[in-house]
Design a binder for this molecule. Structure first.
Ligand code: SD4
Length: 351
């Protein structure tokens, strides 16, 4: 990498790429409104890989297990998936080649735990739960989080797979030699997709998962390797309670995906839950939270992706995103593999 300015420039371009290369899942059903509730227990999660994650969560929730156990179990599916370069093991590294993971977990009773910039542990969500249960704190970061994990019996592992390392080396070349003009955006995004970079078709972002049981008790989990090629030490929205995740048994829960900085700036998931508390439906609440982001940065938002997913305590759920391409999975006693395409502010796709 030539210098810091080049890095930041490239990072911003990568952020744009994340936004404007949304992918519509071929199997996702386009959907424009809230999914009705009152179906008993339900689990919802972000992106296509939410389907198998939901099914794992359902194996806990369906037979009457706790929502907290269900979400912790469910999100471990993409954390373990070596083909998934945005969550857990095999997540793409930061600009220095280090894989640093963020995760949070929250019970509807207000208990919560999180880790940020955690290295060498494949299941950060499990460490987040230990922070919640075995410490007086909510968030542990970096070396401290790793030390804690090792004390709790986790094993140190190398999370950088050969594929991720190769992609990083490709990115390093690009960061050095390819300043990208706006007019070249579409070609650039195609190139990124071929490399499997953020926003590419095989690289779909954070998993955020929300679950409710038949009695209206909720929990949520959110886990990610964050934005690929981020600055070392960068923390996104996913481990920040109120930003990437918020759950309240009195109301419901919300989670987010996309460019975490925008979500943090707007306390996004807390906002969605508070809007539901004031009477908005999950769908309306997600729409308003997305609109706030767009309103604050009307120009920047055209090149950003942020998606919110909300689940009310009666099981009704909704989602909304800035760009087309955000999908979410819904699982309950009636159907365990439903995948829906979220409505969005902008309808443009680059194919
Ligand atoms: C972050 N929101 O770190 C997460 C990751 C993500 O597309 O969703 N990236 O900002």
């Amino acid at each position: 990498m030539s210098n810091r300015r080049d890095f930041l420039k490239t990072t911003l371009l990568a952020t744009s790429a994340l936004a404007v290369v949304p992918r519509i899942s071929r199997s996702a059903t386009p959907f424009t409104g809230s999914v009705p509730g009152n179906v008993g227990a339900r689990v919802v999660s972000t992106w296509d890989f939410g389907v198998p994650a939901n099914q794992a969560a359902w194996s806990v929730l369906g037979p009457g297990g706790k929502p907290l156990d269900a979400v912790e179990t469910g999100v471990q599916v993409p954390e373990s998936d070596l083909h998934n370069h945005s969550v857990g093991r095999a997540g793409y590294p930061d600009r220095d080649g280090k894989v640093t993971l963020d995760a949070s977990i929250m019970d509807g009773d207000g208990r919560c735990g999180a880790v940020a910039a955690l290295e060498h542990i494949g299941h950060p969500i499990k460490v987040a739960r230990k922070v919640m249960e075995n410490t007086p704190h909510v968030l542990l970061v970096g070396d401290g989080a790793l030390e804690f994990a090792l004390q709790q019996g986790f094993t140190k592992e190398n999370l950088l797979t050969p594929e991720s390392e190769k992609a990083w080396h490709e990115w390093l070349k690009q960061s050095s030699y390819k300043p990208v003009a706006n007019s070249e955006n579409i070609d650039y995004h195609h190139a990124q997709r071929n490399l499997g970079l953020p926003g590419g078709k095989n690289n779909h972002d954070t998993i955020g998962m929300l679950a409710v049981d038949a009695n209206g008790r909720l929990a949520g989990a959110c886990t990610t390797s964050g934005m690929a090629w981020k600055m070392h030490g960068r923390v996104g929205d996913s481990p920040i309670i109120g930003a990437g995740l918020y759950v309240d048994n009195e109301v419901g829960g919300a989670t987010s995906t996309g460019v975490g900085e925008e979500v943090i700036r707007n306390a996004g998931s807390f906002l969605v839950v508070e809007l539901m508390r004031q009477g908005r439906s999950p769908q309306e609440a997600c729409e308003e939270a997305v609109r706030r982001i767009v309103k604050k940065r009307p120009d920047g938002a055209k090149d950003l992706q942020v998606g919110f997913l909300a689940l009310r305590r009666d099981g009704e759920c909704g989602a909304y995103a800035i760009q087309k391409g955000f999908t979410y999975a819904v699982c309950d006693a009636h159907k365990q593999d439903l995948l829906l395409a979220s409505p969005s502010v902008y309808q443009t796709t680059f194919t």
